[in-house]
Design a protein around this ligand. Structure first.
Ligand SMILES: Nc1ncnc2c1ncn2[C@@H]1O[C@H](COP(=O)(O)OP(=O)(O)O)[C@@H](O)[C@H]1O
Ligand SMILES: [Mg+2]
Length: 492
C-alpha cells in the first residue's frame, strides 16, 4: 500500500464518526493529550518548586550568616554592611534588611525604594520564619523570607527581624520559556504521533478494506473465490481463514444442491419419457382392445413410478429439514423386527430368499414408529433385492450398552469398498445399470435422515462371510417398557 493511498484512506475514513480508524485516532489523541499534559504539568511544578527551594536555601544561608554576625560583638556593623551589600547587582539580586526592635539597623542600598519594610510579610505570634512571594511596585516578583530571632547586643536581649528577598525575574523567564517550549513540543508531538499512528493504523486496516472488497465480489457462481490472508495480522488472518472455511462449506453444499437438482430432473425424465413414448405409440394408429389394455397397464406403472419418486423426494426433504413432526412413543425394536419379518416374508420367498428373524429380548426405544419402520423396511428391501435366490436375509435386534441395535444382514452380492462411503448419498447406486426400476438410490438416504432425526447412527458394511450388513443404533428409552405386540399392527 503506497503512502499516497494510505493518506487517502485516512482522509476518507478518519473524519467518519463510526469508522474504526477515526475512533482509534480520537482515542489515541485523547490518551496522548492526557499523557503529554500530565508530564508537562509535573515538570512545570517540579521546576517551580525546585527554583523556590533553591531560593529558600540561599536565603536560609544568608540568614544564618546575618544571625551569627548579629550575635558577635566584634566589628558587627562592618560585617553586616558588607553582608547586606553582597549580590545587590545582577539578575538574581538579593536584598537583605535587618530591623532591630522595629528600626532599620542595616539594609541593602535601594531596598527601601524597591521593597519597603511594610511590603514584606508580617510575622504572626510565635512564628519564627515566614516565606512567600511579594511583587514590588515596579512589578518584579521576589521570593522573600522574614525571620525573627532574639539576639544579645551589648549585654542586652533584643529582637532582630531579618528580611531577605531574592529577585525571581530570572526564574520567571525560565518558566515562561519552558511554558512556550512545552506548548510547541506538545503540539508537534501530538501532530507527529497522530500522523504516524494514522499511517500505521491505515496499514493495519488496509487488509480489512481489501477483504470487504473481495467479499463483495462473491456470488453463487464464484463460491470458489478465497480471501487472501497472507500479510494479515493474526486476528484478521483468523477471520479470513474462518470465512474461507465457511465458503468451502457453502460451496460444497451449493454444489451438492445443484447436483441434487440435476439428479431429480434426470430421474423424473426417465418415467416421463416412457409415458410420452407409450402415448405416442397409442396415437400412431388404432389398436386392438388387448393392445390398449397392455398400454394402459404400462402407462399406469410409469405413473406409479413417477409418483413414488416424487413421494420419496418430498418425504426426504421433509425429514432431512426436520419439518416432519416426530411423534415419539415407546417402541420395542424386537417386536418391530418380527413384524417387518412377517410383512416381507412373502416378497422374500418370491425372490427365493430365506428371511429369518433372530429371537431376542425386547429393547425399547423412544421413536416415531412409522418412521422407524420405514427405515428398517428400506434396509430389508435392499437386502432382499441384492441377495440372489437361495441366499438368506437375517433381521436381529439387541441391546449394546445404551444403544438398541437393529441389524439386517444378508448373504448377497455384498458391496464394493469403493462404494461404501457414498451409499448414503442421494441417488447413489453402486451399479446404476443393473438396478431395477423403482430403485433410484433414495432408500438409504431416507433411512439415514430418519435415524438422524432420532439421534441414532446408521452404517452399511460388508458382512464377514460376503453379503452386506446394515445396522441402526438408537438410544434406548430411559425406562424399559413392555410394548404390546398388537399395537404395532398396521403401523407401516
Ligand atoms: N444389502 C445390500 N447389498 C448390496 N448393496 C447394497 C445393499 N444395500 C444397499 N446397497 C447399495 O447401496 C445403494 C444405495 O441403496 P439405496 O439408497 O437403498 O438405493 P436403491 O435401493 O434405490 O438403489 C444401492 O444401489 C446398492 O448399490
Ligand atoms: Mg433401496
Amino acid at each position: 500500500m503506497s503512502f499516497a493511498s494510505r493518506l487517502s484512506v485516512i482522509a476518507r475514513t478518519a473524519p467518519n464518526k463510526n469508522a474504526l480508524l477515526g475512533r482509534l485516532l480520537r482515542w489515541q489523541a485523547i490518551a496522548l493529550l492526557l499523557l503529554i499534559t500530565s508530564v508537562c504539568v509535573t515538570l512545570y511544578f517540579g521546576l517551580v518548586t525546585q527554583s523556590s527551594w533553591i531560593d529558600d536555601q540561599t536565603m536560609e544561608k544568608r540568614y544564618l550568616t546575618v544571625r551569627s554576625i548579629l550575635n558577635s560583638e566584634n566589628e558587627r556593623d562592618i560585617w553586616l554592611a558588607h553582608e547586606v551589600s553582597e549580590d545587590m547587582e545582577g539578575p538574581r539580586r538579593i536584598f537583605v534588611r535587618v530591623l532591630l526592635d522595629g528600626a532599620v539597623l542595616q539594609e541593602t542600598p535601594d531596598m527601601s525604594a524597591v521593597l519597603p519594610s511594610e511590603a514584606l510579610p508580617r510575622m504572626r505570634a510565635n512564628q519564627e520564619v515566614a516565606r512567600g512571594f511579594v511583587t514590588s511596585g515596579a512589578g518584579r516578583r521576589f521570593r522573600v523570607m522574614v525571620a525573627e530571632a532574639p539576639v544579645v547586643m551589648n549585654g542586652a536581649p533584643r529582637t532582630a527581624v531579618t528580611q531577605i528577598a531574592i529577585d525571581t525575574t530570572l526564574d520567571e523567564m525560565v518558566l515562561r520559556r519552558f511554558e512556550a517550549m512545552t506548548v510547541i513540543v506538545a503540539i508537534l508531538a501530538l501532530a507527529a504521533a497522530a500522523l504516524l499512528s494514522a499511517l500505521q493504523f491505515a496499514r493495519l486496516l488496509e487488509p480489512l478494506e481489501r477483504m470487504t472488497r473481495d467479499i463483495g465480489k462473491i456470488d453463487p457462481n464464484r463460491l470458489n473465490t478465497r480471501i487472501e490472508t497472507t500479510g494479515m495480522t493474526d486476528e484478521l488472518a483468523a477471520l479470513g481463514g474462518q470465512f474461507n472455511a465457511m465458503l468451502d462449506r457453502l460451496n460444497h453444499a451449493y454444489q451438492g444442491l445443484r447436483q441434487y437438482a440435476d439428479n431429480v430432473a434426470h430421474e423424473i425424465r426417465t418415467p416421463l419419457n416412457k409415458l410420452i413414448l407409450g402415448l405416442n405409440v397409442a396415437e400412431q394408429k388404432p389398436r386392438s382392445p388387448e393392445e390398449y389394455e397392455a398400454l394402459v397397464g404400462q402407462l399406469s406403472e410409469n405413473c406409479r413410478e413417477l409418483s413414488t419418486l416424487v413421494e420419496r423426494l418430498l418425504f426426504l426433504a421433509r425429514v432431512s429439514s426436520g419439518q416432519t413432526g416426530i411423534r415419539r412413543q415407546l417402541v420395542d425394536v424386537q417386536i418391530e423386527a418380527e413384524t417387518i419379518g412377517d410383512l416381507y416374508s412373502a416378497s422374500a420367498s418370491d425372490a427365493g430368499v430365506r428371511l429369518t428373524v433372530t429371537p431376542g429380548e425386547s429393547v425399547a426405544v423412544s421413536a416415531d414408529r412409522a418412521l422407524l419402520q420405514r427405515a428398517i423396511t428400506n434396509l430389508v428391501s435392499n437386502a432382499i433385492a441384492h441377495t440372489p435366490a437361495g441366499g438368506e436375509v437375517r433381521l436381529s435386534a439387541w441391546q449394546a450398552g445404551d444403544a438398541a441395535v437393529i441389524e439386517v444382514s444378508d448373504t448377497g452380492e455384498g458391496i464394493a469398498p469403493a462404494d461404501l462411503p457414498f451409499v448414503f448419498d442421494r441417488f447413489y447406486r453402486a451399479d446404476p445399470g443393473r438396478t431395477s426400476s423403482g430403485r433410484v438410490g433414495l432408500g438409504l438416504p431416507i433411512a439415514k435422515s430418519i435415524v438422524d432425526l432420532h439421534d441414532g447412527t446408521i452404517s452399511l458394511e460388508r458382512a464377514p462371510g460376503g453379503g452386506a450388513c446394515a445396522r441402526i443404533a438408537l438410544p434406548v428409552a430411559g425406562a424399559r417398557a413392555t410394548v404390546r405386540r398388537e399395537e404395532t399392527a398396521g403401523a407401516i
